[in-house]
Design a protein. Sequence first.
Length: 240
Amino acid sequence: MTKKYGLIGKKLGHSFSPAYFSKKFARASLFDHSYTTFELDHIEEVTKVLSEGLLGANVTIPYKKAILTYLHGLDEAAKDIGAVNCIVNINGQYKGYNTDWLGFRQSLVEFIGDQRPEALVLGNGGASKAICYALEHLQIKYMVISRSEKGLRYEDLTPAIIASNHLIINTTPLGMYPFVDDFPQIPYDGIDDQHFVFDLIYNPEKTLFLALSAERGAKIQNGYPMLVYQAEESWKLWNS
């Protein structure tokens, strides 16, 4: 009997997970495993997907929060973050997990080493919550930048604020394919060779945000390693 896994989201044509897991299954000769995409126009359609007996699934935008009400339980990290990107079938009931924060933490530590620079987190959506959760675990001080009236807004940023926060993380979709000409509006002249600049986007490989930061001398990292690590954490959960 086929062991079925999948990806739940809205527009999944350029998603990372299907190709990653299909190659993983092929390399390991797991010919009885399959990984399918489930493009849902509305989250309500997820009940039919879950009724198909998936052993596990990944969840992507825009349903990382909306799916919570369709699950039978959450692990502690998912509760704290308020978003799920991995679900596991446990005796016919689906439990939600968040492996995004684990993937980010691992890739960030490889990027910055032992340094713990103060950070600016661009965006306050579901992805941002997982990043902030990881930063707290690493005891990295951070400020969230958003368009909302609460906290620091983009128009409040000055070159001096940028200069004093040596880690800048983009959690927004600005610059993601096909809108590759978009980028966060921050004062890039505050960036120098002391900065680490991380973009959760992996397609394109180098966003304008990363390119503009690299021109100022910053070390840059895209979201691909994070995706690999979160996928491997999902695989561990499905097999635990």
